[in-house]
Ligand binder design. Structure first.
Ligand SMILES: CC(C)(COP(=O)(O)OP(=O)(O)OC[C@H]1O[C@@H](n2cnc3c(N)ncnc32)[C@H](O)[C@@H]1OP(=O)(O)O)[C@@H](O)C(=O)NCCC(=O)NCCS
Length: 177
């Protein structure tokens, strides 16, 4: 696996690449907030907003680059209320089909965790669809399963799926210091 993982900033080319990836993932049944068919304008609006939030320091949108090709992304949300400043959330983990199985999601998660610690976070949380989500990935990365909520979201092609909630202590708390 030789991809470079780095934060993304807003440019028309990056917004277009993220939009294309999200449209592909939603068409493939991925549970990332949207329904199939995802309109390019809606995908672009989402990523423009997300990258603007990243510019404000409220999140980090990481990209995995295979040369000049965007081969994956994950978002680390940092902006939580005053009583939850120690917490960050992983979201919008997506790898294009042709790049899957190369450890790219793993590399994205590891970099997100490193950056969470750098921001002083000690708790990571995430949720993933019960039906077709990525529970195995997160369990391999040391996340603890907290529970499942049935009928949490509509699936892109119809029907409902539950969601599985995960958490992981990171930084000093993870090592017990
Ligand atoms: C889930 C996803 C990001 C994984 O990307 P990836 O780069 O192929 O993952 P990795 O190569 O790092 O896989 C590492 C491990 O995670 C597990 N894993 C990977 N994809 C998985 C999936 N779709 N479901 C369950 N486990 C998965 C495997 O156990 C794998 O270990 P192995 O290589 O020893 O078999 C990718 O399949 C994807 O984009 N799916 C659609 C969107 C989605 O469901 N995102 C999750 C939203 S929470």
């Amino acid at each position: 696996m030789s991809v470079a993982v780095a934060p993304l900033t807003g440019s028309p080319a990056i917004v277009a690449a993220l939009g294309e990836l999200m449209i592909e993932v939603v068409a493939g049944g991925g549970s990332v907030s949207f329904l199939h068919p995802l309109d390019a304008a809606d995908a672009h609006a989402f990523w423009s907003g997300s990258l603007a939030a990243a510019d404000r320091g409220e999140r980090v949108v990481l990209g995995a680059w295979d040369g000049a090709t965007l081969a994956g992304t994950v978002t680390l949300q940092l902006d939580f209320p005053p009583n939850q400043r120690h917490r960050a959330e992983l979201a919008k983990m997506m790898v294009p089909v042709r790049h899957r199985g190369r450890g790219i999601a793993t590399a994205l998660c590891r970099e997100a965790e490193r950056r969470a610690i750098e921001h002083g976070k000690s708790l990571l949380v995430l949720d993933t669809a019960s039906d077709g989500g990525a529970s195995d990935l997160y369990e391999k990365l040391g996340f603890t399963f907290a529970g499942e909520i049935p009928d949490f979201a509509s699936k892109p092609h119809g029907g409902m799926t539950g969601t599985r909630l995960y958490w992981k202590r990171v930084g000093a708390l993870a090592s017990g210091a």
